[in-house]
Design a protein around this ligand. Structure first.
Ligand code: SF4
Ligand code: SF4
Length: 198
């Protein structure tokens, strides 16, 4: 009976000691982890602090000066469309496939000939979701997603763009599509080009 009591006391002592050891190990691991994390943060601060003394370093606005020097986008970026009025045959394929019905095409039958003359090609960017579905069915490859990303304006009207009234270079993405060009296009009554069947 006495032997059993001593044995239990001995086992309880071992259990307590290993538990204390475990808790201490965990505590030291947490302290080590905290010190490592703080040092990592300080290293980032130090690196950026030293970088401010680099004489070639420029601010973001010195690299990109909007609108003359816009931020570069990747080649497959889906920005405002590029549209070539000189080849569009007004077949309506892009408008039919658009899931939000935001492409409006004006056309007139060519007198004494085949096909249509384009009188308007309007995209309502308050509805467009830049899905690029309109690009795929075009039989003459005259509509693509462009790299322009800003068309800020004070009214919703500024987001409704008639590509047929923009300068051809602007509509096709060789010149930046901007609010001024869109505002000027709204004063025109005739398209700048009638398309390939004019
Ligand atoms: S990108 Fe999509 S939503 Fe926008 S005009 Fe084309 S099909 Fe319509
Ligand atoms: S942009 Fe292409 S798909 Fe759309 S009307 Fe013109 S030719 Fe047809």
């Amino acid at each position: 009976m006495r032997y059993t009591y001593v044995n239990i006391e001995f086992q309880t002592g071992i259990c307590l000691r290993s538990r204390i050891l475990f808790v201490m190990q965990k505590w030291f691991a947490n302290v080590g982890n905290a010190i490592y994390t703080i040092l990592q943060g300080l290293a980032v601060t130090l690196r950026n602090g030293i970088a401010t003394y680099d004489k070639d370093r420029k601010t973001f606005t010195e690299h990109f000066e909007y609108p003359e020097l816009p931020v570069q986008v990747s080649p497959r970026y889906r920005g405002f469309h590029r549209y070539d009025l000189t080849t569009c045959i007004a077949c309506d394929q892009c408008a039919k496939v658009c899931p939000v019905d935001c492409i409006y095409i004006g056309k007139e039958k060519v007198e004494g000939g085949k096909g249509f003359k384009v009188t308007g090609f309007t995209i309502d960017y308050t509805k467009c979701m830049f899905c690029a579905l309109c690009v795929e069915p075009c039989p003459v490859d005259c509509i693509f997603m462009g790299g322009t990303l800003d068309l800020s304006s004070y009214s919703r009207d500024g987001s409704i763009v008639d590509f047929a009234r923009l300068p051809i270079d602007t509509a096709w993405g060789r010149a930046t599509l901007n609010p001024t060009a869109v505002a000027e296009s709204k004063t025109l009554v005739q398209p700048v080009h009638g398309g390939p069947n004019q």
